[in-house]
Design a protein around this ligand. Structure first.
Ligand code: NAD
Length: 350
């Protein structure tokens, strides 16, 4: 642990979480509040599913430099999570705006942090930075941190993450800011986006399964045997980490003295077909899987956790079956609420 940060009087450390209206940011605010920190949350939107516990929450567009200066005023530690992002359907389509928006958010936030005397800055990168040429088979070798170069990320999203990793590296070397860089591998859990096009595979599987269970048939076509659609042949592989493990790992990394990029994910790889089966098991139903055209991303991806274990003395703990069970139950509740709202609206309109 870094002596500068392991003191117990956390209430004197002022923390900023950017992207605090988003999935991981909201969970991180809760985690930091439980630890006794004073927290400012910043986002362009408030958390969607429950109120924030941040001491201050400011609605600011961090593409704007002046807003970044406002967000980082009087702050000691920054957890930089704000990003224009989504699942495969989103990041494989909107390359230009993702690159544009995220470069502005990250460049301005980091420089504003420097100008405002921030001591510690944690940047949230992604497994999407890893080269496409190492991820062409479903049975891939887990990715080690040093595999990032020679670089060839699949999407603009990954290129931007890599550029900001470099920015963090140089802000550490040139200005002495204690930077941390974490590469998340597929985070899922309760209170995450589950519909609308930005949701990721675990949430999408849970939503489709909930519709199939509650209405029969498939989402949008009720009736008959429950079935769900899966993009591609479903044999593409990934590893998935529950958000509770994610925020624990993020905090442990901030408290460490590691300035190098670090993987944070589980190292158990499953196919998307298997993921769908786990969601069906959580729902307690049999489902038929229909494979349709859709973006699949890289063929296979897994996290090598050797460095994570060495640096943090810890690795994510929550089994996919347990985490997805909790996530499924939460998403089923959301779907039930939505169906009830739609029914009430239809009655009113009749
Ligand atoms: P999220 O989309 O739920 O949260 C990101 C938040 O950033 C959103 O609330 C969004 O409103 C906010 N934001 C977007 N543009 C903004 C702007 N201009 N100004 C201020 N706020 C803005 O995503 P998440 O899953 O919570 O991801 C958090 C971070 O982790 C992101 O940097 C993401 O790239 C990274 N990451 C996530 C995953 C994952 O599996 N969820 C994987 C790899 C990396």
């Amino acid at each position: 642990m870094d002596n500068a940060t392991n003191g117990t009087n956390h209430s004197t450390t002022r923390v900023l979480v950017t992207g605090a209206g988003g999935f991981i940011g909201h969970h991180l605010v809760n985690y930091l509040k439980d630890k006794g920190y004073w927290v400012r949350g910043v986002d362009i939107k408030e958390p969607e599913f429950e109120a924030t516990r941040a001491d201050e929450f400011e609605l600011l567009d961090l593409r704007d430099r002046a807003n970044c200066l406002q967000a980082t005023r009087g702050i000691d530690h920054v957890y930089a999570l704000a990003a224009d992002m989504g699942g495969m359907g989103f990041i494989s389509k909107y390359h230009a705006e993702i690159l544009h928006n995220n470069i502005l958010i990250n460049t301005h936030t980091m420089e504003a942090a420097r100008l405002n005397g921030v001591t510690h800055y944690l940047y949230t990168s992604s497994a999407c930075i890893y080269p496409e040429y190492l991820q062409t088979e479903a049975e891939v070798k887990p990715l080690k941190e040093e595999d990032a170069y020679p670089a060839q990320p699949q999407d603009a999203y990954g290129w931007e993450k890599l550029i900001t990793e470099q920015l963090a590296y140089h802000y550490n070397k040139q200005y002495g800011i204690e930077t941390r860089t974490v590469r998340f591998h597929n985070v899922y859990g309760e209170l995450g986006t589950w519909q609308g096009g930005r949701e990721k595979a675990p949430a999408a599987m849970c939503r489709k399964t909930a519709y199939a269970k509650l209405l029969g048939g498939k989402e949008g076509e009720p009736g008959g045997a429950p079935r769900i659609e899966i993009w591609g042949d479903g044999e593409q592989t990934r590893s998935f980490m529950h958000v509770d493990d994610c925020v624990e790992g993020v905090y442990r990394l901030m408290m460490s003295d590691c300035t190098e990029p670090l993987n944070l994910g589980r190292d158990r790889m499953v196919t998307i077909n298997h993921l769908a089966q786990i969601a069906a098991d959580a729902a307690g139903i049999e489902i038929e899987q229909a494979h349709i055209d859709g973006p699949m991303g890289v063929r296979g991806r897994n996290s090598d956790n050797d460095k994570l274990k060495e640096v943090l003395g810890w690795e994510p703990q929550i089994a996919l079956e347990d985490g997805l069970d909790r996530t499924y139950k939460w998403i089923e509740q959301q779907v039930k609420k939505k169906l009830a709202r739609e029914e009430a609206e239809a009655t009113l309109a009749a």
